[in-house]
Ligand binder design. Structure first.
Ligand SMILES: Cc1ncc(COP(=O)(O)O)c(C=O)c1O
Length: 417
């Protein structure tokens, strides 16, 4: 039990966890089913090129998204590139800056220019009015991001898109299993893209899927992801290799089967965090469900440093010393990162405000109730002594300002969103 600042590992106390907790650990799956599927792929002697497991995965993903077509890809980033190439985009694409850098990177990789527009402070998603204000004669699409699985204001964005004759796409990397008013995310745009990266709620080791009701668009994406094979009239870019393998689909199918249990576990984790932190001033556990049915992939807290007396970054360092890995999703906003810093855009006050405050804490099936209680104990201690914590941190000599070294644990690659 930690009751004094000296109990914190940041100031030399023992770490709260013997082994590190992280954001984005893979969720529990039925290994036997995975091995059976992998065995089947080997028995079939069909390991890639649209095999039966990929076909089944695409069918399941399309059902989940409530659309007619899903094209499984090697990851979401390339899925976006295929989609935007297939849609014939040129010029500018309007998007939020509050997203993983993969979103603007995919646009830029095609020679398009991302134009960042501000977010609605309530949802963290692209604000339709700001999107409308960013339209120019060079705009070729709107690209919303369902941040943390929260639905974008699809109907209002659709009006903006229709007014200007633009396609409306969504980055649904966080949104598998989410819905709004009974409409699954994945079905709100002209096309949307899921990510099945290892850190996602449903993972295919690496993977993605472009989902759409537009048969022609899906056909072009499918051709482009296989070297342009079968594309009537060819394609200026020829095509690429962005196929999903049977091994990835085996994992994706097994992980999809676990989705209801994983969502239920994360929902319980979210409730525990909310209970444990409900009386902590300046620390808000983001409520996702008021925006639609959420998958609770991300457990987000917002730190109001004017109330807590400590910054989000200081809390992140304190938790790291306790061996609790956290992630500041998404901070700084993409507009403050290279190569986007010098791009033209309107002011983004809501993006910058939210980006300063957010911290993703560990959740998922690797995180138990008891872990959450211990994490929250540290947060509560920091909040009870916020100003003292900051003063002690500032008084630390720069050379010793980082937390004291912890006993060596096996280095692990940092998970991504
Ligand atoms: C919002 C968002 N968009 C796109 C991506 C890219 O997905 P992938 O890693 O499958 O390429 C990610 C995460 O990785 C993400 O969080």
């Amino acid at each position: 039990m930690k009751t004094a600042l000296d109990d914190l590992a940041f100031f030399g106390g023992p770490a709260a966890f013997p082994r590190p907790l992280q954001v984005g650990r893979p969720n529990h799956i039925d290994r036997q089913k995975l091995f059976e599927r992998l065995g089947r792929a080997l028995d079939n002697q069909w390991l890639s090129n649209g095999g039966p497991l990929v076909q089944e995965f695409e069918q399941r993903v399309a059902e989940l998204a409530g659309v007619r077509h899903a094209v499984a890809t090697c990851n979401a980033t390339v899925g976006f590139q295929l989609l935007m190439h297939a849609a014939g985009l040129a010029g500018e694409v309007i998007m939020p800056s509050m997203t993983f850098v993969a979103t603007p990177h995919a646009v830029r990789w095609l020679g398009l220019t991302p134009v960042f527009a501000d977010i609605d402070p309530d949802t963290g998603n692209l604000d339709p009015e700001c999107a409308a204000g960013a339209v120019t004669p060079r705009t070729s699409a709107l690209l919303g991001v369902h941040l943390w699985g929260r639905p974008c204001a699809a109907d209002a964005l659709r009006k903006v898109a229709d007014t200007h004759g633009l396609p409306l796409f969504f980055d649904a990397a966080h949104a598998v299993g989410c819905s709004v008013d009974g409409r699954p995310l994945g079905s709100l745009g002209d096309a949307e893209v899921f990510s099945f990266h290892a850190t996602k709620l449903v993972n295919a080791f690496e993977g993605g899927a472009v989902v759409t009701d537009d048969a022609e668009l899906a056909g072009r994406v499918r051709a482009l992801h296989n070297f342009g094979a079968g594309l009537a009239g060819g394609s200026p870019a020829g095509g690429t290799n962005a196929k999903m393998s049977e091994a990835a689909a085996a994992m994706g199918l097994t992980s999809l089967e676990a989705l209801p249990a994983v969502m239920a576990h994360n929902r319980r984790n979210h409730a525990t965090y909310r209970t444990e932190l409900k009386d902590v001033p300046g620390v808000l556990v983001a409520e996702h469900d008021k925006h639609g049915l959420n998958n609770h992939q991300y457990l987000i807290v917002e730190i109001d440093e004017e109330i807590t007396g400590f910054t989000r970054d200081l809390l992140r360092d304190v938790l790291l010393a306790e061996r609790v890995g956290t992630r500041a999703y998404f901070s700084p906003g993409c507009h403050q990162l290279e190569p986007y810093r010098r791009l033209r855009h309107a002011p983004l006050p809501h993006t910058e405000h939210l980006a300063r405050r957010v911290l993703a804490l560990p959740t998922g099936t690797a995180v138990a109730d008891e872990d959450i209680r211990r994490i929250c104990e540290v947060v509560r201690l920091c909040a009870a002594r916020g100003h003292e914590l900051t003063a002690r941190h500032q008084a630390m000599a720069p050379a010793s300002a980082s937390p004291p070294p912890q006993p060596a644990s096996r280095p692990r690659p940092q998970p991504r969103p």
